[in-house]
Write a protein that binds this ligand. Structure first.
Ligand SMILES: NC(=O)c1ccc[n+]([C@@H]2O[C@H](COP(=O)([O-])OP(=O)(O)OC[C@H]3O[C@@H](n4cnc5c(N)ncnc54)[C@H](OP(=O)(O)O)[C@@H]3O)[C@@H](O)[C@H]2O)c1
Length: 280
C-alpha cells in the first residue's frame, strides 16, 4: 500500500514505522516531504530507510502534490497552522474514488479540511501521541462523511500497530488532545519530579531516574493489567500511619490532582482555539 506523509516530522516517522512493523507497506512504498534536509534525514533514520531508498522516498515540500497524487493514503502531518495551505495545495491532485486523506493535526476540524479538499474526498481525523514511537501510543479517530468502513479499517490497522486506537465522535477529539496527545509531556514532568525527589533524598541521579521511570511504567501496567480502579490500587498500598500515606498527604497539599485536571482542560481549550486562526 502506497503511503505519503506530507510533513516528515516526529509524528509522521512514528506512523511510518508502525505501518512497516505491521507489514502494511514496504519501505519502497513510503514517500514523505519536509522543507529541510535535517528533517528528511531524521525521518529516514527513524523509519529505517537507507541510502537510495531514502533518497527516492523523501522529497522537498515542493513535491507535495506529486507525492500525494501517487499515494493510496495521504497523511497530513504538518503543524496545524500549515495544514489548510498544504491541503489546498494538493486538493486538485486527489482522487476521491481511491484515496484516503488522514490528518493528525490538532484543532483543525473535518469540516475545515473538507472545505479545503472538496466534499467527496474521504477523510479521517486522528489524534495520536508520541509513545506511538515505541508501540505504546494512545490514539482516537473520527471519520468524515464519505469515509467507508474499509477506510477506517485501514486506519485501525496502521494505528493499532502503534498502540491503542478508539473510534470517537469528532466533538470529543479536542479533549483527547488535552488528555492523551499532550499527556506524555505531563507524565515526563512527573517522572522528572519524582527523580528530583529521589536525588534530594540522597539517591544518585541515574538510579533515581531509572527508579522513577520504572515506577510510572509499572504503575500504569498494574492499572491496565488488573483492570482495577487506580484508587483501589492506591488504597491497597497506603497503610495506616505509613510512608505512602505521608507522601499522599504531601501530594494533596501540593495540588497534584487539581493541576493535572487543569492541564487536560488547558490542552483541550488550546486545541479548540487552533482552528480559529485559519484563513477564510
Ligand atoms: N507531536 C505530538 O505529540 C503530536 C500529538 C498529536 C498530534 N500531533 C500533530 O501532528 C502534526 C505534526 O506534529 P509533529 O510533532 O510531527 O511536528 P514536527 O516534528 O514539527 O513535524 C512537522 C513537519 O512538517 C514539515 N513541513 C512544514 N511545512 C511543510 C510543507 N509545506 N510541506 C511539507 N512539509 C512541511 C516540517 O518540515 P521542516 O522540519 O523541514 O520544516 C516539519 O518537520 C501536528 O499537526 C500536530 O498537531 C502531534
Amino acid at each position: 500500500m502506497k503511503l505519503a506523509f506530507l510533513g516528515a516530522g516526529r509524528m509522521a516517522a512514528a506512523i511510518a514505522r508502525g505501518a512497516l512493523d505491521a507489514h502494511l507497506c514496504t519501505p519502497a512504498e513510503i514517500r514523505a516531504t519536509a522543507r529541510t534536509e535535517p528533517t528528511r534525514a531524521a525521518f529516514a533514520k527513524t523509519v529505517g530507510l537507507k541510502d537510495h531508498a531514502a533518497e527516492a522516498a523523501i522529497q522537498p515540500a515542493t513535491e507535495n502534490a506529486q507525492i500525494a497524487a501517487a499515494a493510496e493514503i495521504v497523511f497530513l502531518c504538518v503543524k496545524p497552522l500549515d495544514l489548510v495551505a498544504v491541503a489546498r495545495e494538493i486538493a486538485p491532485h486527489l482522487r476521491a474514488d481511491n484515496q484516503l486523506l488522514v490528518s493528525v493535526a490538532a484543532g483543525i476540524s473535518l469540516a475545515d479540511l473538507q472545505k479545503a479538499v472538496g466534499d467527496a474526498v474521504p477523510l479521517v481525523r486522528v489524534m495520536p501521541n508520541t509513545p506511538a514511537l515505541v508501540g505504546q501510543g494512545a490514539c482516537a479517530y473520527a471519520r468524515g462523511a464519505t469515509t467507508t468502513d474499509h477506510h477506517t479499517g485501514l486506519v485501525e490497522k496502521i494505528f493499532g500497530a502503534l498502540g491503542e486506537i478508539h473510534a470517537i465522535d469528532e466533538k470529543l477529539i479536542d479533549a483527547v488532545n488535552g488528555l492523551s496527545a499532550s499527556g506524555p509531556a505531563y507524565v515526563f514532568t512527573v517522572i522528572e519530579a519524582l527523580a528530583d525527589g529521589g536525588v534530594l533524598m540522597g539517591l544518585p541521579r541515574v538510579l533515581a531516574a531509572s527508579l522513577a521511570t520504572q515506577t510510572v511504567l509499572g504503575a500504569a501496567a498494574l492499572v491496565k493489567e488488573t483492570g482495577h480502579h487506580p484508587a483501589q490500587l492506591r488504597d491497597a498500598v497506603a497503610s495506616a500511619g505509613g510512608t505512602t500515606m505521608a507522601g499522599l498527604e504531601a501530594l494533596e497539599a501540593g495540588g497534584l490532582r487539581a493541576a493535572l485536571i487543569a492541564a487536560v482542560r488547558a490542552g483541550t481549550v488550546r486545541a479548540r482555539g487552533l482552528g480559529a486562526g485559519l484563513p477564510p
